[in-house]
Unconditional design. Structure first.
Length: 490
């Protein structure tokens, strides 16, 4: 692997100055150059967060997967590290696919999928790598540690990937994505006491017919008295306003029976209601809080930064703190982000009726807006976060239905997808709390993330073509006790 890593690191060093900076994010993790998808190996290790990612350094489209690597103290300022894994052995020659990390006896272990795909044969096996310093990794000589013989009669070897290691009662477990013979998603559970020898334990959870043809990127953790299984299904059927993207992300909330290795589901729901959010992964932070990051993109979409020849594609979401409340996984922005808000402004109005206001002095491409108000007499509330004469990136809330929508309409560089209906907008229900709404909006150069009343998030990319007008807020009807705090994020 050493040679492949040196080649990748050399390429990055020599070429990263060639990327076009125009759509580069300010406070979200991206690769120095090239393509990224899923977050991998998210872990708090020796006082710092490490985040790896699916990575193809040589082009801004998907290619044989490496693991890119960055670390951070606050989850917002990232330092790029050398590429951690590269395809090099027969079992991973066509890609080091997604996986996870765990610390044991001071060493950092990675568990990933070795992908082989040649001459009509596709094989996915689970592999391990280890590092003494958290930067340089060696693949295990025992690789693959989980392969055909572990899953005989349970799953096929061609769609079997994305191991997430968890520790429970002094044992290591790994949840791995696969599918049934009837093309339904299923998550398999494996067990080990030394990270080298693994046994199949059980099928943790099997999907229903409408829950997608394959599940990807499982994550399993205990939070606020519940067990939570996050998964990313391919082609989950649309239901009301949920699961409208080609691939979705779902949180199953319930309980694992560790004696049988089965997950009993009490509730499940989509994790994010935007257009660009996939393959989330979580870790514990230094205080034991559960933090989640996802790839802020979606398969099957065109990537403007690729089409424009910018030499990079893909970004991670803002890290989010998770909780379980009333059988729902809820998300809060990582609290270190608030320390980066400067040039703070405030608008306060007892009433605003059938009119609009502009949020002046926002010129930066990274900004924050917090809006709250009482909506008993509101017909419609609209925030144009970015706007030109013709189009906008817009949020609209209608108290009568409780629907919040986000849209990018025809704003900026055209983004299309393979969904049957062209998606430029998504909608979800956000109930008012005591007739009030609280929206937080985080804009970065080419993304927007919305946190609504503590229950829903919406994440979306856009690619601005001309400098937008300052954001505006308009009301049909009346909004009372309106408060808007805003500022730039630096
Ligand atoms: C999810 C995924 C994973 C796979 C990886 C390959 O986005 O398809 O299942 O490991 O991407 O890059």
């Amino acid at each position: 692997m050493k040679e492949k890593l040196e080649q990748a690191n050399q390429y990055i060093k020599e070429n990263k100055g060639r990327i076009d900076p125009v759509y580069r994010q300010g406070y979200h993790l991206m690769a120095p150059i090239g393509w990224i998808n899923d977050p991998n190996g998210f872990v708090y290790y020796k006082g710092e967060y490490h985040l790896f990612y699916q990575y193809y350094p040589y082009d801004s489209i998907w290619g044989p997967m490496h693991w890119g690597h960055a670390k951070s103290k606050d989850l917002l300022h990232w330092e790029d590290l050398p590429v951690a894994l590269a395809p090099s052995e027969e079992y991973d020659i066509d890609g080091c696919f997604s996986g996870s990390a765990i610390e044991k006896d001071g060493k950092l272990y990675l568990m990933y999928t070795g992908h082989y795909e040649r001459e009509g044969i596709k094989r996915e096996v689970q592999c391990m790598a280890v590092s003494e310093d958290g930067i340089h990794f060696e693949k295990f000589l025992e690789n693959p540690v989980i392969s055909e013989q572990h899953i005989e009669g349970v799953a096929a070897i061609d769609d079997f990937r994305d191991p997430k290691i968890v520790e429970h009662d002094g044992l290591y477990y790994s949840v791995v994505a696969s599918k049934t013979a009837e093309q339904r998603g299923q998550i398999l559970l494996f067990q080990s006491d030394d990270l080298v020898h693994w046994q199949f334990t059980s099928i943790l959870l099997k999907g229903e017919k409408e829950q997608g043809i394959m599940w990807e990127c499982p994550d399993l953790f205990h939070l606020d008295g519940k067990d939570v299984l996050l998964i990313s299904p391919i082609e989950m059927e649309k239901k009301e306003n949920s699961y409208e993207n080609i691939n979705s992300t779902v949180a199953f909330i319930g309980e694992v029976d560790w004696s049988t290795g089965r997950f009993t589901v009490d509730n499940h729901h989509e994790i994010d209601f935007g257009l660009d959010f996939y393959a989330p992964q979580t870790c514990f932070d230094e205080q034991g809080k559960r933090i989640m990051v996802a790839w802020m993109q979606m398969w099957g979409r065109n990537m403007p930064t690729n089409e424009l020849g910018h030499l990079w594609a893909g970004t991670m979401t803002l890290p989010r703190e998770l909780h379980v409340v009333d059988q729902q996984v809820i998300q809060q922005p990582i609290n270190t982000i608030y320390k980066l808000i400067t040039d703070k402004k405030r608008i306060k109005k007892e009433k605003l009726e059938n009119s609009s206001i502009e949020l002046d002095n926002i010129e930066a491409k990274q900004f924050y807006i917090e809006l709250s108000g009482t909506l008993t007499q509101t017909e419609n509330l609209a925030i144009k976060v970015l706007r030109t004469n013709e189009s906008a990136v817009e949020l609209i809330y209608e108290p009568a239905t409780g629907y919040l929508s986000i849209s990018r309409d025809s704003f900026g560089f055209k983004i299309t997808g393979i969904e049957t209906e062209q998606l430029t907008k998504r909608t979800t229900r956000v109930p008012l709390i005591d007739n009030s709404l609280l929206l937080e909006v985080f804009r970065d150069t080419s993304s927007i993330e919305v946190f609504a009343n503590g229950v829903a998030t919406m994440s979306m990319n856009f690619y601005e073509k001309e400098q937008s007008e300052p954001p505006s807020v308009s009301v049909t009807g009346m909004i009372e006790k309106l408060k808007i705090n805003y500022g730039t994020i630096k």
